[in-house]
Design a binder for this molecule. Structure first.
Ligand code: NAD
Length: 263
């Protein structure tokens, strides 16, 4: 492991345009379950509940399930705090190494940890949006209206349209700006740091494939508890274990390398 962290740190310290792609696994050490690991969300809730079709069929039912999930303590994003992996990525951005974090997460923890350039590929579950006029409001305000019984099916204060969490549901398109920024960054990057994602959800999983298919290919560093579905095709340096521990060690080693290179 030590040698591979050194190898990964070397790649990052020498990179010109490193970016990170993160998934639910980076936030499990903040107490938020991922989807597919043992104890993950799919053991608690039917993934179909997060499909846009089912939401549109019965939005009131979705919001009740959402509140129950939050009350159960399994998915209380508002109270979650960043862990050392989020802080280490923010530190590498401050050092000028990581230029952008593309996250599939909807938990706002990169921003809470201090990362500035964050692409929310799947939106943000701390916001709610009107599906008609796209007005945004804090999700807590909508939750309060449902919880107090003021509204069973919450409606937009501006236009009366249906309100849903501002996260991408199954069957919905990726926000166009997130898609285009990710595409540009993937074209430019020379080192892609993949953290805590099984790379089974598309089009996000296309990002590591695309950086390998172009010439010259980027180097891919992967940090996961279990190897991703694409590790054989894309990964150059595989670091298996806790993201909190490994990303922190990696950032410290990168910082040492940069200091040494400056001497
Ligand atoms: P996933 O559940 O498919 O895979 C998680 C990956 O992270 C696995 O490879 C697992 O081995 C690894 N992992 C888990 N805990 C880890 C840890 N502590 N350290 C290192 N690796 C760890 O998640 P995914 O690939 O992100 O795809 C599923 C979708 O889940 C995403 O679209 C995302 O929007 C959504 N999601 C987000 C959150 C969140 O915002 N925190 C939580 C659950 C699901």
């Amino acid at each position: 492991m030590h040698d591979r962290i050194e190898q990964a740190a070397d790649l990052l310290a020498r990179s010109r345009n490193a970016i990170a792609l993160t998934g639910a696994g980076i936030s499990t050490e903040s107490g938020i379950p991922d989807f597919r690991s043992p104890g993950g969300l799919w053991e608690i809730i039917d993934p179909g509940e997060f499909s846009i079709d089912r939401f549109l069929q019965n939005p009131g039912r979705f919001w009740r399930i959402h509140l129950d999930l939050k009350a159960s303590g399994h998915f209380d994003l508002a109270s979650a705090q960043p862990n050392p992996a989020h802080y280490a990525l923010a530190r590498m951005e401050q050092l000028g190494v990581i230029k952008t974090v593309i996250t599939q997460n909807v938990d706002n923890l990169h921003q809470k940890a201090g990362s500035i350039e964050v692409v929310e590929f799947h939106g943000n579950l701390l916001r709610a949006t009107c599906i008609k006029c796209r007005a945004l409001e804090p999700i807590g305000d909508v939750e309060a209206r449902v919880a107090t019984g003021e509204e069973g099916t919450p409606r937009c204060r501006k236009c009366g349209g249906l309100v849903k969490p501002d996260a991408v549901f199954f069957g919905e398109a990726i926000p166009p700006k997130a898609l285009s920024v990710s595409h540009v960054q993937s074209q430019r990057t020379d080192v892609l740091l993949v953290v805590g994602t099984s790379l089974q959800v598309y089009p996000a999983a296309q990002i590591p494939l695309s950086v390998k298919l172009r010439y010259p290919p980027a180097q891919v560093i992967e940090i996961n508890r279990e190897p991703s579905a694409l590790h054989k095709q894309v990964t150059d340096v595989l670091l298996l274990g806790s993201a909190g521990e490994i990303v922190q060690r990696l950032a410290e080693t990168v910082e040492e390398r940069i200091a040494a290179m400056a001497c």
